[in-house]
Design a protein around this ligand. Structure first.
Ligand code: MV4
Length: 454
C-alpha cells in the first residue's frame, strides 16, 4: 500500500478521499487554491499546500503546480477526484512519467474512452448493443446524408470528443441536416478543439442507466450493478438511485454483463462507469464510458456495502481485486440528492456566499457527504454543490420516505439552494412510480412559459 497520497481536488470529493486514506492508514496531502485557503476539509489532511490563485487554470487544473506539490510532499500517488484533471489523459501520462501512480485508468484507456466513436467501436466488438449510427466520425456531407437516411430521422449529431451534451444537435429532416452538422461542428471545435462529429438515431425520452465497474491490473473486472441518473436538468444530474426503478431483472443482468465485457476488452483498469440509454421498450444502448469516480458513487456504496474509493486506491497500489462478482449483492434501495447553491426559482442562478445556519440530517439510513459548515463561505469560482444527501432503506417506497424526512431535517441558511426542488421531487406521483426519463424535469417541472397571445 502507498505511504502517502496527494488529492488533486477540492470540496466534497477531496474530503471523501481524505477519509478513505485515513481509514487505510495512508497519509494524505491536500492542495488548495487561494480561494480555498482555510477551507474546512484541509484540516483533515496531514498537510496542505497552496498551488495558486483562485481560477481553476491556475490551481486545480494546473499540471506543473500539482506535480511540484507532489514532489515537495514526496507522495507515491495522486487521486484526481472527479472533474478538473480526472479525465485528462495528458495529466495521467505526466503522473506516470514523473513516477507517481495516477489513481485512475491508464492514460491510454482514458484517451480511447474520451473519443466517443472509439469507445463505441470497442463496445461493438465486445457485442455490446450501441445506438445505430455512423461508423466513426462522418467524413463528408454526403456520408452524413446517406447514414441519416439509412437509420431514419430524427438523428442526433454528437461531438466525437464530446460527452455531457456539448455539441449535440437533434435533426428531424434532411432539409436541415447540413445546417445542423455545421453548427454542431462549430460548437465541437470551440469546446474541444476537435470538430469531428458522428451520427446516431435519436432515442426519444430515454432513461439514463449507468453501470459501475471495477477492474484490476490483472485482467479481472466486476460490475457493482446500475444507477438510474435520469433525473437531470440541462445535463446536470439532480437525483440518482439504485436499483433503477422499473428495470426488469433480466435487462439489468444483460446490461451489467455487457458493461463488464466492454471494460475487459478496452484494457480498462480502476473504477469506471458505462453509460447506457434505455428506451420505452427497455432496449438498452451503450453511449459512453466515464473514466473516473463519479459524484454519485455513494449510491452504489450504499446498496453494495463496498467503499469504491478504497477499492480505487488498492487497485492503483497494484493489488488484485479481492471481490468476486458473486460477492456483489444489490441490497435495498438508495437515493442521492445533489444539493447545489443555485436558485431554482430564478433559472438556477448561482448563489454562493456565507452559510449562516446549518442543520445536518441524521438517523437510520442517512448519509451526508459534504465539506461545508456554518461560517464557511462558498466561493463563486467552482461548481456549486454544497453536499450530497443520501439514504438507504430496504425498498424504494421506504427509501423515499427516509429521503423526505431527511430533506425536511436539512436546513441551509444564508444562500439559496436546490433543497426546495428536491422536496418537490420526492412528493411527486410520477417520480414515486419511476415514470421519469431524461427529459422529465424540463418537460414537467420547468415547462417553457407559454407565449402570451396578441
Ligand atoms: C442521446 C440521447 C438520445 N438519443 N443519444 C446527452 C449527453 C450525452 N452523455 C448523451 N446524451 C444523450 N444522448 C441518442 N442517440 C439523449 C441524450 C440525453 C441525455 C442522456 C443522458 C442523460 C441526460 C440526457 C438529457 C438529454 C439528452
Amino acid at each position: 500500500m502507498f505511504k502517502r497520497i496527494l488529492v488533486a481536488n477540492r470540496g466534497e470529493i477531496a474530503l471523501r478521499v481524505i477519509r478513505a486514506c485515513k481509514e487505510l492508514g495512508v497519509e494524505v496531502v491536500a492542495v488548495y487554491s487561494q480561494a480555498d485557503r482555510g477551507a474546512p476539509w484541509l484540516e483533515q489532511a496531514d498537510r496542505s499546500i497552496c498551488i495558486g490563485k483562485a481560477s481553476g487554470a491556475e490551481s486545480y487544473l494546473n499540471i506543473p503546480r500539482i506535480i511540484a506539490a507532489a514532489e515537495v510532499a514526496d507522495v507515491q500517488a495522486i487521486h484526481p477526484g472527479y472533474g478538473f484533471l480526472s479525465e485528462n489523459p495528458h495529466f495521467a501520462e505526466v503522473c506516470r512519467t514523473c513516477k507517481f501512480e495516477f489513481i485512475g485508468p491508464p492514460h491510454e484507456a482514458i484517451r480511447k474512452m474520451g473519443l466517443k466513436t472509439e469507445a463505441k467501436a470497442v463496445a461493438a466488438a465486445a457485442r455490446v448493443p450501441c445506438v445505430p449510427g455512423s461508423d466513426g466520425p462522418v467524413t463528408s456531407d454526403a456520408e452524413a446524408a446517406r447514414v441519416a437516411r439509412e437509420i431514419g430521422y430524427p438523428v442526433l449529431i454528437k461531438a466525437a470528443a464530446g460527452g455531457g451534451g456539448k455539441g449535440m444537435r437533434v435533426c428531424r429532416e434532411e432539409s436541415s441536416l447540413l445546417a445542423s452538422l455545421q453548427s454542431a461542428k462549430n460548437e465541437a471545435e470551440a469546446a474541444f478543439r476537435d470538430s469531428s462529429v458522428y451520427l446516431e438515431k435519436f432515442i426519444d425520452r430515454p432513461k439514463h442507466i449507468e453501470v459501475q465497474i471495477l477492474a484490476d491490473s490483472f485482467g479481472n473486472a466486476i460490475h457493482l450493478w446500475e444507477r438510474d441518473c435520469s433525473l437531470q436538468r440541462r445535463h446536470q444530474k439532480l437525483v440518482e438511485e439504485s436499483p433503477g426503478p422499473t428495470l426488469p431483472d433480466k435487462v439489468r443482468r444483460k446490461l451489467c454483463d455487457a458493461a463488464v465485457r466492454l471494460v475487459k476488452s478496452a484494457g480498462y483498469v480502476n473504477a469506471g462507469t458505462c453509460e447506457f440509454l434505455l428506451d420505452a421498450e427497455n432496449n438498452f444502448y451503450f453511449i459512453e464510458v466515464n473514466a473516473r469516480i463519479q459524484v454519485e458513487h455513494p449510491v452504489t456504496e450504499l446498496v453494495t456495502g463496498i467503499d469504491l474509493i478504497k477499492q480505487q486506491i488498492r487497485i492503483a497500489a497494484g493489488e488484485p481485486l479481492s471481490l468476486k462478482q458473486s460477492d456483489i449483492q444489490q441490497i435495498g434501495h438508495a437515493f442521492e440528492c445533489r444539493i447545489n447553491c443555485e436558485d431554482p426559482d430564478h433559472n438556477f442562478r448561482p448563489s454562493p456566499g456565507l452559510i449562516t445556519g446549518l442543520r445536518i440530517p441524521g438517523g437510520y439510513g442517512v448519509r451526508w457527504d459534504s465539506h461545508v459548515r456554518v461560517g464557511y463561505t462558498v466561493p463563486p469560482n467552482y461548481d456549486s454543490m454544497v453536499g450530497k444527501l443520501l439514504v438507504h432503506a430496504p425498498n424504494r417506497p421506504e427509501a423515499m420516505a427516509v429521503m423526505r424526512r431527511a430533506l425536511d431535517e436539512l436546513q441551509i441558511e444564508g444562500l439559496a439552494t436546490t433543497l426546495p426542488l428536491h422536496r418537490r421531487i420526492f412528493r411527486n406521483p410520477d417520480f414515486a412510480e419511476g415514470r421519469v426519463d431524461t427529459t422529465w424535469v424540463e418537460r414537467v417541472l420547468f415547462p417553457p412559459k407559454a407565449v402570451p397571445a396578441g
